[in-house]
Design a protein around this ligand. Structure first.
Ligand code: FES
Ligand code: FES
Length: 160
């Protein structure tokens, strides 16, 4: 069957199996290798992507249910040459070590800042609650998100 989605801003039409999970479609058919398989059962957040702006674990999401949706992966928010403010903040705060959890964590953080540009520490903790990280502890990435929020706020103010 065909799956039509907007992936990182580009229209895609992919031939998928009716029972394919979005994780496998994104990695194997669309080349989005930032989307990681961790637990494979919806509990670690390594595979998280934004579907129509909402954070979803792609390992338990049928691709067929995403027909017509807008899907965002980390490839769509920044690159090595032009990293997103959140990506820079993760690096600056040491919230990136093996990096396996980072794509999901970054997208969880982005979803939060898109709906709440000035979050409290508790709101950041809650937003990242579903994204496990074995390496960094959790304080560094919370600090990174709070710092990124501050930086985004001041760049908005500069543009006014
Ligand atoms: S791989 Fe999807 S939640 Fe763990
Ligand atoms: S940086 Fe290694 S799991 Fe988070």
């Amino acid at each position: 069957m065909k799956l039509n989605i907007t992936l990182n801003g580009a229209k895609k039409s992919l031939e998928i199996a009716p029972n394919a999970y979005l994780l496998d479609v994104l990695r194997d058919l669309a080349g989005m290798k930032s989307v990681k398989r961790g637990c494979g059962e919806g509990t670690c957040g390594a595979c998280a992507v934004l579907i129509d702006g909402r954070l979803r674990n792609s390992c338990i999401t049928f691709a067929a249910h995403c027909e017509g949706a807008t899907v965002l992966t980390v490839e769509g928010i920044g690159s090595h040459e032009h990293p997103h403010i959140l990506q820079k903040a993760f690096v600056n705060h040491g919230a990136t070590q093996c990096g396996y959890c980072n794509p999901g964590s970054l997208l969880a953080a982005k979803a939060l800042l898109d709906r709440n540009p000035d979050p409290t520490m508790d709101q950041v903790k809650e937003a990242l609650d579903g994204n496990l990280c074995r390496c960094t502890g959790y304080v560094k990435r919370i600090d990174a998100v709070l710092d990124a929020a501050k930086e985004m706020k001041s760049s908005r103010e500069e543009k006014r």
